[in-house]
Design a protein around this ligand. Structure first.
Ligand SMILES: *Cc1c(COP(=O)(O)O)cnc(C)c1O
Length: 479
């Protein structure tokens, strides 16, 4: 049993000795605000701390441990070179309020990142300020709102969202003060055009869409879709979370989209899940650019760099200029791969997904027919009817194969869904091992279903009682 760091504590143990402060704190801080008793911190040697965190890390599974095909999340391996770039002293040891002539290089990094991300998405301007994908969605919708208001079209209050959308889409729309209209998918998993035509009208503010969608399908009607929305006077918002499948190959701007967010922590070399801050830059066509949140980094006529605040700026959505070091990693990734390299990464991601899907499709049912893009969705509905083994059971059994499970029960339109995104950074050997593991579990579903209900058996913690945890939560340690 792992101990809490407080339980490892021993009176007087130290990591290093800090000198007494030479500052007379009482001079600066009012007496009633000063702490009178020592802070109750664990007291540990360096050895204790190192072992504590190593032990915790061993109980977890990350991209550095093995296959991590969490669909819609793009859990790929990110080159450590880009981390090294972001750790450079010139990027780290700076302050947002420093005089601009001392941070010209950093401003140039931001201006270049804005420029390349605009080029990659087919947009005219980019703000790096939003801190994540959902934050970018919210920001993009505020741009749309400000633009419609400037035209006196406040009556456009509805956002159209397909039923395959990520949950953040309707949530962001609601937070930005819009109401949401759901449009169904057709049997192939694409947007139902007839239903879309029915849904658009004088109250349409925008359509929010990700392409490829969360079923891993590229909607071939995309030009028609954006045209239908534009013809009704609405705008088109592109959720860029699935850009890994198409980066360098096609551009949302060319598909007819007006606004887009990117998840730098999915597509552009920042790890996520406890890996530090993310970033959700927003790009838009020129008619929306005056509303972008700022400041934006900009090259000035003399060749130096400065800040620029768009004239009808919706305000700041985050302090200063967003998570700068994530932009450093993105730029480093873009420049090391180049245009051809980015396209090759996307192509490989699609190939890997199809390679694995093909191996599994003789046994598992796929949610849609034909080729997939960067991810595919299986439906275990029939398997569950025949054997009692659910998507949850399969996902838990995968943990015993030293792999991370796929995304479970998403998208919501597929029953007993498992969504697999291998990413471009996995080798053929890893994909073959994954295929073997899934096929072996499939066979066990018929021969020994009971063992799957109890999986995982080889992990530090076995099957947790999720219902119990929700109904009778123990929120305090030691209860
Ligand atoms: C991850 C994801 C989001 C939300 O992005 P965050 O960075 O997690 O806020 C939105 N849409 C889709 C399709 C996603 O996969």
């Amino acid at each position: 049993m792992t101990m809490l760091i407080f339980e490892r504590s021993g009176q007087g143990r130290r990591l290093s000795l800090l000198p007494e402060t030479p500052v007379d704190v009482e001079q600066y801080i009012p007496g009633e605000c000063l702490r009178r008793q020592d802070l109750d911190l664990p007291q540990l040697s360096e050895n204790d701390i190192s072992r504590h965190y190593t032990e915790l890390a061993k109980r977890s599974h990350g991209v550095n441990d093995g296959f991590y095909p969490l669909g819609s999340c793009t859990m790929k391996y990110n080159p450590k070179l880009n981390e090294e770039m972001a750790a450079s002293a010139g990027f780290c040891d700076i302050h947002p309020l420093q005089p601009l002539d001392t941070v010209q290089g950093c401003l140039q990094v931001m201006a270049d990142a804005q420029k390349y991300l605009a080029e990659i998405t087919g947009m005219d301007a980019v703000s790096l300020q939003p801190g994540a994908g959902a934050h970018g969605e919210f920001t993009g919708l505020l741009l749309i709102k400000a633009y419609l208001r400037s035209l006196g079209q406040d009556g456009r209050t509805k956002i159209i969202v397909p039923d395959s959308a990520h949950g953040t889409n309707p949530a962001s729309a609601a937070m930005a003060g819009f109401s949401v209209i759901n449009v169904p998918s057709d049997p192939q998993g694409d947007v139902d055009l007839a239903a879309l035509k029915e849904a658009v009208g004088e109250d349409t503010a925008a359509l929010m869409l990700t392409n490829p969608n969360t079923l891993g399908r590229f909607d071939k009607n995309i030009l028609q879709i954006t045209q239908i929305v534009h013809a009704a006077g609405g705008l088109c918002y592109y959720d860029g979370a699935n850009l890994n499948a198409v980066v360098g190959l096609v551009r949302p701007g060319d598909m007819g989209f007006d606004v887009v967010h990117l998840n730098l922590h999915k597509t552009f070399s920042t790890p996520h899940g406890g890996g530090g801050p993310g970033s959700g830059p927003v790009g838009c066509k020129s008619f929306l650019a005056p509303f972008l949140p700022g400041p934006l980094a900009a090259e000035e006529p003399g060749g130096s760099y400065g800040w620029h605040l768009p004239v009808q700026c919706i305000g700041a959505v985050k302090a200063f200029y967003g998570n700068f070091l994530v932009a450093v990693k993105a730029l480093s990734y873009i420049l090391t791969l180049g245009a051809d390299g980015l396209a090759a990464a996307a192509t490989q991601a699609v190939l890997n997904a199809n390679y694995l899907m093909k191996q599994l499709s003789g046994s598992y049912d796929m949610a849609c027919d034909g080729l997939c893009m960067h991810e595919f969705v299986m439906s275990l509905e029939k398997l569950k009817q025949e054997t009692g083994v659910s998507a949850m059971d399969v996902a838990k059994a995968i943990l015993d194969c030293h792999m991370y499970p796929p995304t479970m029960y998403f998208p919501l339109i597929v029953h007993e869904a498992l969504m697999v995104e291998p990413t471009e950074t996995e080798s053929k050997e890893t994909l073959d091992q994954a295929a073997q593991a899934y096929l072996e579990i499939y066979r066990r579903a018929f021969s020994d279903p009971e063992s799957l209900h109890n999986a995982p058996c080889g992990t530090v913690i076995g099957r947790v009682d999720e219902v119990g945890a929700a109904r009778n939560p123990r929120l305090k340690y030691g209860d």
